[in-house]
Design a protein around this ligand. Structure first.
Ligand SMILES: NC(=O)C1=CN([C@@H]2O[C@H](COP(=O)(O)OP(=O)(O)OC[C@H]3O[C@@H](n4cnc5c(N)ncnc54)[C@H](O)[C@@H]3O)[C@@H](O)[C@H]2O)C=CC1
Ligand SMILES: O=C(CO)COP(=O)(O)O
Length: 320
């Protein structure tokens, strides 16, 4: 199966580099100047500096060329996905479309697979998610991810096609669980960053990760996802990575919030929009999401760090 990656950000570029170990890969970017620069330097200095492109990786800003492949990876940020699909994917497409983004749409509360299904109902919709920093994948370090596709046979084919020597894919048919894990862990990572940035200590972080996982699982159960998926790479695995590494942009945003420092607003931080989306989604359902709500309030400037922590600590005592 030949593969194209749409979106030449850090993650799309890293996936294209890794997949090029197996065969020809096309990396598409919307900006022709960026493509020319990458063609000349054989690197993506803008988003993934320091890693040279292998020979098998070709670049294009021609969307028709990029769409003429067996598998299409969609590596644009979550809030851009629906617009991107509307612009470039025909509603009657039967392509294999694999979302490579993490989050929920603020406007609709949909996750990436739902957005693909709505845009192209006859396409095969899948999601590739789990603990992986783009820089690690691009440097050939060992990484394991989850490929979720409701169609089991198509999922098996995609699992084979997208596994590379350093990128090992596990498979599930539970797309909803995979979407939820990848989206919610980013919000918890912001909370953990806040705790560390504010000097609250490692014990506070461990508490936030554990209780965060508890609220991730609660929402997944409520929505009918499998809790086993949440305990896998796309949930627990990614929670651990993102809450403990300064490579994570979500965690770094939290660090800045906690320390009262400024943060570059152009950075892709999926957890910020997702926190707001989840608060809206759970307003009527009554699912208890205290950490996610706290993060949303902090991001909106509706509460400060000491008040937020005091509020979390003074909640009614309960069984674990
Ligand atoms: N960077 C990482 O280590 C990882 C990122 N991800 C996920 O990958 C997704 C993308 O993140 P990154 O690549 O890191 O972000 P990034 O900020 O490096 O790049 C985003 C790219 O999307 C492009 N883009 C945005 N809107 C577009 C549109 N309408 N049409 C075409 N291109 C558009 C931008 O030009 C940019 O090149 C996010 O959902 C993130 O959670 C997942 C795992 C690892
Ligand atoms: O999703 C990621 C790791 O799995 C990347 O995390 P950030 O988006 O926080 O950088």
């Amino acid at each position: 199966m030949n593969v194209s990656v749409l979106g030449a950000g850090a993650f799309g570029t890293a996936l294209a580099i890794s997949l090029a170990q197996k065969g020809k890969v096309t990396l598409w970017a919307r900006n022709a100047e960026h493509v020319a620069d990458m063609q000349a330097s054989r690197a993506n200095g803008l988003r993934l500096p320091g890693v040279q492109f292998p020979e098998n990786l070709s670049l294009t800003s021609d969307i028709a060329q990029a769409l003429a492949t067996d598998v299409i990876l969609l590596a644009v940020p979550m809030q851009q996905l629906a617009g991107f699909l509307a612009d470039h994917i025909a509603p009657d497409s039967t392509a294999n479309l694999v979302a490579c983004c993490k989050g929920f749409e603020v406007a609709t509360g949909r996750g990436p697979v739902s957005v693909i299904r709505d845009a192209a109902p006859q396409a095969t919709a899948a999601i590739l998610t789990g603990p992986s920093f783009a820089a690690d994948i691009a440097r050939g370090l060992p990484t394991a991810l989850t490929l979720a596709c409701a169609d089991e046979d198509a999922g098996k084919r995609l699992q084979q096609a997208l596994t590379t020597p350093n990128l090992r894919l596990y498979r599930t048919t539970d797309t909803q669980g995979a979407e939820l894990g990848g989206a919610l862990k980013n919000v918890i990572a912001i909370a953990c960053g806040v705790a560390i940035g504010a000097g609250l200590g490692q014990s506070a972080r461990a508490a936030l990760m554990t209780r965060g996982f508890s609220e991730m699982t609660r929402l997944a159960q409520h929505m009918g996802a499998e809790t086993a998926t949440l305990a896998g790479l796309s949930g627990f695995g990614d929670l651990v990575l993102t809450c403990t590494s300064e490579q994570s942009r979500n965690y770094r945003l939290g660090l800045s919030l906690g320390a009262g420092d400024s943060f570059d607003p152009t950075t892709t931080v999926e957890g910020a929009a997702t926190a707001r989306a989840i608060v809206q989604m759970t307003q009527t359902s009554g699912v208890d999401m205290p950490i996610t709500q706290t993060v949303a309030r902090l991001l909106d400037g509706a509460a400060d760090v000491p008040t937020s922590m005091a509020a979390l600590l003074s909640r009614p005592l309960k069984e674990e």
